[in-house]
Design a protein around this ligand. Structure first.
Ligand SMILES: *Cc1c(COP(=O)(O)O)cnc(C)c1O
Length: 371
């Protein structure tokens, strides 16, 4: 959005006031960017390659027509809470909190737990929003480096927990962007050692059998976070947190009123009634993973890390930036992590697409790396 330019004196006065008024750490960071390239094959954001089936779209349209747009929404209606519990196996004893995307819940978790200077700890590299949420809420962010093989360094994690006494530990499982799952014994050890809340972020749970959901409410300091974004509903903005009701009661206090809007609520009820269609799409993506990983791994100078998500992290001896640009020039967008962290040198994160998209990716890489 570029407005027409205001006059010069207003601009310089505004810039000076921004400098005096906006937090220095906010001025220093870049806004979260969404890359758009017309007609590109989009393998950069772990979106589902599949759209909602037409009959489900029609049902959504009918439901949205009935929305009372003049009324504030009930952002956690009992019927929808029950539907989410059934659809995703949330234990009856667990409390549930809805968020406008799981990003909103991550922010609420830090906001409700951390006074300025309190610690948010996470294995690193991991999901960038853990760091942003910590910084926005004046918490101290303690990243614990993964091992060279991008697996969890449990010893270092436990030592950091003992040293920093974090209010919150975030464990993305599968981890974004590396794709790994942390062993159950490791998570158990972290739960036992952590003095505060441990959030297992299962954004990619649909692509693995592993889950901590049955333990939500049975461990005193476990929260299980999920989102619908990676299973075909990134445009809807809906996430949920399951934890012992004692946690949910407090976290709910910092929830922005009416955080889930009426259109989302209406669409969600329809989509969840058609959950087998989403499951089937996720299963197709998951089924494509081994062959794509093998084909990528067979390319010269390419290392693929084992992934339990709907994406693969690959390291290119040819150079991550070079391969990223060459793919982009062929209208294929992936995510470049080359410069993000030393452990991710020359790494690109590639979402698993439709069979056609995956074939186009491999053909392009074949040109770039071999021909
Ligand atoms: C994508 C992602 C999210 C964000 O999900 P939204 O619901 O779209 O906000 C949360 N956690 C992890 C680990 C992710 O990769």
């Amino acid at each position: 959005m570029s407005p027409t330019t205001p006059d010069q004196s207003t601009t310089s006065e505004a810039e000076q006031r921004v400098l005096r008024t906006v937090r220095g750490d906010v001025r220093e960071i870049a806004a979260y960017e969404v890359y758009a390239q017309a007609g590109a094959i989009k393998l950069d954001a772990m979106e589902s390659p599949y759209g909602l089936p037409q009959d489900v779209r029609d049902q959504v349209a009918t439901a949205v027509r009935e929305v009372e747009f003049n009324r504030y929404p009930d952002s956690a209606p009992a019927a929808l809470v029950a539907q989410v519990r059934r659809a995703f196996g949330v234990p009856a004893e667990a409390g549930l909190l809805f968020g406008n995307g799981s990003d909103e819940l991550i922010g609420m978790i830090v906001q409700a737990t951390c006074a300025p200077g309190d610690v948010v700890l996470t294995p690193w590299p991991s999901f960038v929003f853990f760091e942003l949420a910590a910084r926005f809420h004046h918490a101290r962010f303690v990243p614990v480096p993964l091992r060279e093989d991008l697996q969890l360094d449990l010893e270092a994690t436990l030592a950091a927990i003992a040293a920093h006494r974090p209010k919150v530990v975030f464990l993305a499982m599968p981890n974004n962007p590396t794709g790994g799952l942390w062993p159950r014994e490791a998570v158990r050890a972290i739960l036992a050692a952590a003095p505060g809340l441990v959030i297992v972020d299962e954004a990619y749970q649909a692509f693995t059998d592993e889950t901590w959901m049955p333990q939500a409410a049975h461990a005193p300091n476990l929260g299980v976070l999920r989102t619908l974004s990676k299973i075909g509903l990134a445009g809807l903005r809906f996430g949920y947190l399951a934890a012992h009701p004692a946690w949910i009661r407090e976290l709910n206090k910092v929830r922005p009123p009416y955080n889930i809007d009426s259109v989302t609520l209406a669409a969600l009820a329809v989509v969840l009634a058609n959950k087998p269609a989403l499951d089937e799409q996720a299963a197709r993506v998951r089924a494509a993973r081994p062959a794509l990983a093998a084909a990528l791994g067979a390319m010269p100078g390419t290392t693929v890390f084992e992934s339990a998500g709907n994406f693969l992290l690959a390291r290119f001896a040819r150079g991550g930036d070079a391969v990223f640009q060459a793919l982009k020039a062929r209208n294929i967008l992936v995510r470049n992590f080359s410069g993000a962290h030393p452990l991710l040198a020359n790494c690109l994160r590639i979402s698993i697409g439709s069979p056609d998209e995956n074939a186009a990716l491999l053909a392009a890489l074949n040109e770039i790396l071999i021909a």
